[in-house]
Design a protein around this ligand. Sequence first.
Ligand code: ZN
Length: 281
Amino acid sequence: MKKYAVISMDVEDWYHSYFPEMDVDRSESLLDGLDVALDIMDQKNIKGSFFVVGEIADQLADKIRGMDANGHDIGCHNWTHLRPVTMPVDEYKAQLLHAKEKLEDVLGHEVVGYRAPAFGIDNERFDAMRSCGFRFDSSKLKPQKSAKYGVLDLNGFEEIYPCIYRDGDFTEFEVSTQKIGSMNMLLGGGYIRMLPWFFMKWMTRRYLKTGRPYVMYIHPIDLSRKPLPHVDGIGLDRYLRTHVGRRGMVRRFRAVIRMLEDAGYEFVTFEQLRRMDFAEQ
Ligand SMILES: [Zn+2]
């Protein structure tokens, strides 16, 4: 079985990642973390999949056009970063179409990839998303204990390769998790940054031994070199989530890439995987 790795980034600013429902001062941006990721990936000639929040598409227009021309996937991550399950379906769909059209205007071609903010999608919204013309999605997680994630049932889909599911011409890519006891621990996002490195390394190695496709997701805030803007009254939990491990994250990001190389993984984008014929592998 060939081993595939996808580095995916949700292209959103710090206030989308951690304060989507709060009216915070947005004058400072931590989107430099996108450049940090691209620099590291360019050095290795790795192409990745990027899901962009619609409301910052104009701000990033030249950047994402360049990434698109350079072989990265540009997908959609909704208009704002509110969790879809918290929105009425009609409103969700209207915002999603708005974001898709905005990205298509910027890029000059169809946008077919999607990921739900905070993986907060359920089947009703999943069907609404599919009706907007997307061809692939990467919002599926193994069941999580945290109630903030949505529950997505892939009834009717066939698992055509481990963690890759297909229904007609639509493909779903599951984000990598490692089972520890009764928990499905996420191997990406802020977890690479926040969890003790020896533990993350151990979980990742264990996962890579299976040879299953590895899907990492990260955010600009994880790799940004700028300090986090001050937000009043955020409480300890959110303070820790936004601050822990930021200084060491670039090193960890490089280290995960090396682990994937050492384990014989080939870096691809979701769009490349979507077009593959797994029956021959
Ligand atoms: Zn996101």
